[in-house]
Design a protein around this ligand. Structure first.
Ligand SMILES: Nc1nc2c(c(=O)[nH]1)N[C@H]1C(S)=C(S)[C@@H](COP(=O)(O)O)O[C@H]1N2
Ligand SMILES: [Mo]
Length: 423
């Protein structure tokens, strides 16, 4: 095997040329901490986090765009709060795990590419290609997820559909990666952490991971006072734990929210509940305060208009329901208002109708939402007029807003102006 000391390249000797240092080779990285025993242990937890993050993410996507075959559950009312909390915290935990894992394997980037036979070359390239896709997808998901949590959108594309599409790429390439590496994973997990263990494989191509490699004697011993593999793992678990605790806390504790660098940015809002978009930024400020505001109910050819006083005169109900934002924060609140089912009855809507909700908003997304029949019929699904016993603050959706159990925050439409019964 060629060693690093044997490398003299034309770039070093060529006259008049820029003397670039030669690229490193895998064997130049002799850190004893970089070992499959470490990589596999971090990888298992990364895999757990990615799987939970994927499942809760798909669930959240469905919650915002319910597929025809799914009846979105209305209970428990805090269900989405939990799944979205899991999504954000496992995503946050995956950041330090991914960094450590990439650090532990990145010398393999400089593996020698086998020259023959063609089958070995092909397998090698395929394996590298699939790892490349996995790393790119994983980094993209974590980066865009964190940016979304901090409500920083320096991109043009739709966050949700892109994050959703790349999620499938990430989980698919993860499945391939686990399948390919299964023998190594098994060996590495069951083997001792601190023993010399099977060495990293040589740079000889795909499918050889389980085969021989550099002799364990070539692995330099742990330098006195250096961190041990065990220490590295403990530090990694601590970093992941910290990421979980801070992202979870920042999602529920207002003052922590202000401090968090990555993590929710909504801060404290009026009436003790954060706000994502104010009436002013939604372009709803004037219309929401207009005494001429009317709620328009449409059912086929029938139309009914209700003033806020009309709504106040109807039977009022109170429900304690959380706002659970997709961006990771959530807050419980006590809402009072008219049942959506009662409102729909005003326009003669049959029980079990889907409803399309439109707001006064003129700028930005989330101006409309759909209430599936089972949600519209739920006794806790309200057209809320009050929050914590006071009239809704304009930034919380005055004159009235939708609030329903187990519903993603983006669909809890504020400044409602029109409700139309769909077939
Ligand atoms: N019309 C309208 N309704 C909306 C939004 C919006 O931008 N426009 N934001 C939604 C989002 S993303 C969330 S999390 C909740 C937040 O409600 P709050 O601002 O009262 O806390 O409102 C939802 N309702
Ligand atoms: Mo949200």
């Amino acid at each position: 095997m060629v060693t690093s000391t044997g490398k003299t390249t034309a770039a070093n000797t060529g006259r008049g040329r820029l003397a670039l240092p030669p690229p490193p080779r895998q064997s130049d990285f002799s850190d004893r901490l970089r070992n499959e025993a470490v990589t596999a242990r971090v990888g298992v937890w990364l895999g757990v986090c990615f799987t939970i993050c994927f499942l809760t993410g798909v669930w959240s996507h469905y919650g915002q765009e319910i597929p025809g075959w799914l009846t979105w559950p209305t209970s428990p009312s805090w269900g989405y709060r939990v799944t979205q909390g899991l999504h954000v915290t496992t995503g946050a935990a995956a950041v330090p795990l991914l960094l450590v894992k990439l650090w532990s394997v990145y010398p393999r980037l400089f593996q020698d590419v086998p020259r023959r036979p063609p089958r070995t070359v092909l397998l090698h390239l395929l394996e590298r290609g699939s790892v490349g896709v996995l790393v790119a997808a994983a980094v993209f998901q974590l980066a865009t997820g964190l940016m979304n949590s901090s409500q920083w959108y320096p991109w043009e594309f739709s966050f949700r559909s892109t994050h959703y599409a790349i999620a499938w790429l990430a989980i698919g390439s993860l499945a391939v990666h686990i399948a390919v590496k299964l023998p190594v994973i098994k060996r590495a997990i069951t083997g001792p952490l601190d023993g010399p263990g099977p060495p990293d494989p040589p740079a000889s191509g795909a499918g050889r991971d389980a085969g021989g490699g550099e002799d364990a004697r070539h692995q330099p011993a742990l330098a006195a006072g250096g961190i041990s593999r065990r220490g590295l793992l403990r530090t990694t678990w601590a970093a992941a734990g910290l990421a979980v605790v801070t992202s979870a806390a920042a999602g529920t504790v207002p003052w922590l929210r202000e401090l968090s660098v990555f993590g929710v940015r909504s801060g404290e809002g009026p009436q003790g509940v954060p706000i994502n978009r104010t009436a002013e930024t939604a372009g709803a400020q004037t219309a929401a305060q207009d005494p001429a505001w009317r709620l328009t109910l449409v059912n086929g050819d029938d139309t009914v208009e209700l003033s806020r006083d009309d709504l106040v005169a109807m039977p009022q109900h109170t429900a304690s329901l959380p706002i659970s934002c997709v961006e990771g924060w959530s807050a419980s609140a006590v809402w009072t208002g008219v049942r959506v089912a009662d409102v729909l009855a005003e326009v003669g809507a049959p029980a079990g109708s889907d409803v399309f909700v439109t707001s006064l908003q003129t700028v930005g997304s989330f101006a409309t939402s759909e209430l599936p029949a089972n949600v519209a019929a739920h006794p806790d699904t309200l057209l809320a007029l009050q929050l914590h016993g006071e009239d809704l603050h304009i930034d919380h959706g005055y004159p009235c807003r939708i609030i329903a159990p187990n519903r993603p925050g983006v669909r809890q439409t504020k400044w409602v102006s029109r409700m139309e019964v769909l077939a």
